[in-house]
Write a protein that binds this ligand. Sequence first.
Ligand code: DQA
Length: 152
Amino acid sequence: MAEKSQAVSVGVLHGPNLNLLGRREPDIYGAEDLEAIDQRLIELARELQVELVSFQSNVEGELVDWIQAASAEFSGLLVNAAAYTHTSIAIRDALKAGGIPFVEVHLTNIQARETFRHHSYLSDLAVGLVTGFGGDSYVLALRALVGYLRRR
Ligand code: DQA
């Protein structure tokens, strides 16, 4: 079936320490910084004709506030809650309360890392997960989310 052309808007949430990308453990997280990833997302969003806005915070409450507001503003979200993925019931609750479709994103394959990273408070609420492809995880996730939103 042909995909419907309807207005789609996507919010991108980057959690704690992702502002340090490029400088932070580059052997694990790669050399690409967050600005470069956001730029790639903006270019793809333009190609896909969707609106895209990114937000990064190191503060759990700010992420919760952003999710609460985002639920009324966007059709869907890309969420890399970083370390809060593994700890934050508050972020889970905000995503659940908003009821907005989201894709969980990770630069690294969290299942191949320390066991404390294997559990995610978010995965069972997500439309899907993209994990392990560095900055490409976000790009792949954006394509997947937009396809999902347009097929709904
Ligand atoms: C991460 C994985 C998390 O375990 C970690 O705490 C991060 C980044 C990733 O994108 O691979 O900060 O979400």
